[in-house]
Design a protein. Sequence first.
Length: 458
Amino acid sequence: MKNFIKEDTIFNLLEQTKKRPERHTEAVIRKSLKLKGLSPAEVAVLLNCEDEVVLSSIFTAARRIKESIYGNRLVLFAPLYLSNRCINNCLYCGFRHDALNTEKRLLEDDEIREETKALISQGHKRLLLVSAEDTAVNIDYLEDAIKTIYDTKEGNGSIRRVNVNVAPMGIKDFKRLKNTGIGTYQLFQETYHRETYNQLHASGPKSDYIKRLYACDIAQSAGIDDVGIGALFGLYNYKFEVLALLFHAMHLEDEFGVGPHTISVPRLEPAQGSNIASHPPCQVSDKELKKIIAVLRLAVPYTGIILSTRENAELRDELFYLGVSQISAGSRTAPGSYSGNGKSHGQFSISDNRSLSDVIENLASKGFIPSFCTSCYRSGRTGENFMDLAKPGNIKNFCQPNALLTFEEYLLDYNPKLVQKVKALISSEISKIPDPRIRQLTSGKIASIIKGERDLYF
Ligand code: SAM
Ligand code: SF4
């Protein structure tokens, strides 16, 4: 397995485009608006722009692309942490093996059920299953955990899509993971800079940079169509990481005909007992994070961008406009903490501590449509099938109506006091559905949901 992240190429691209990158930005931005993506050299030009006027043109383009592909929808999810027992020693993480003062915990079946119920009761339909790496968190355990989650019902609700962020595994285990009915398998390279990676991951299975780099290849070979990649911003130079993410996406596209389903952009946050987490070696400012998200939006327009509650509410509001398509809300990062049984501290500190209902009220007040849609993967619109629909713009015929249907369900079951406040917003969004047949069907399905039907989708 060769390292397809060519560090010299990345450094050269950044060096070559350093001098007066502003000269080229207009052409690059114009190209990005055709929604066909950008080359690494073009991305390097954008990353090197520091000029405020040029940056604001990049932000405007990101906003246009976001609106044209994703409309005003934002998909919501929450993480569910299974375990904080870790055999690795990632120096930035509150769960690492040598971290002291943490109650080590691996959730059992009934605890997973309680956590799931607590999340369903908030209104969640999509979970990201997260775990530290431990021999006990093997495929048998994960199969049972995922079955428990899907089988748990609470009122009208249930979890309809489980995405997974756990340590990489072999192809046989990935096949079993796929058969549990997961959506996306995601794994962050943390830093693509090999020397920095080696310094930060001195011991444990995660210390193998190449094995981690190929984890998404193995997941895709095992039939998991949707994979998610990411970098932990703050560990190394952000321009290098963005280009490396792009090279990773291009590698997956070359190998499997489809790039990553999502890219995550976590920033390093303080974590109990980690000096590095409190003093990031390459601190990324808010302005730089905006640039990272906007440039990614221009570079890979059809790849979802995920933003977590690591960022504060105010900044998140701004980033929604620049290209983010999925957000977590009401999150906790310690195992057992939703059902009130988690005494340990979380993996890292969270900056947006609002409840799901507060986040939703805020989104709706700004004209966003919160979506709990899980229709694509349940209808087989994954991997290449999804991209074949998304690229000519056809996914809008599914996403917008499905967002409205799941929002309506959420309102009736979990936030009735908001129903009246958003009535006009929902009607106006229905009237904007271009295909008259789908518009009519959407109104019909909404009427059925009001009468008590659930889980209707296109
Ligand atoms: N243990 C597995 C792993 O490391 O890939 C799976 C999930 S780990 C619990 C989830 C992610 O949390 C890591 O990939 C890392 O990017 C992120 N993380 C770790 N420490 C962090 C910190 N101090 N601030 C923000 N994110 C952090
Ligand atoms: Fe363990 Fe993941 Fe934290 Fe590393 S980032 S110490 S592997 S939980």
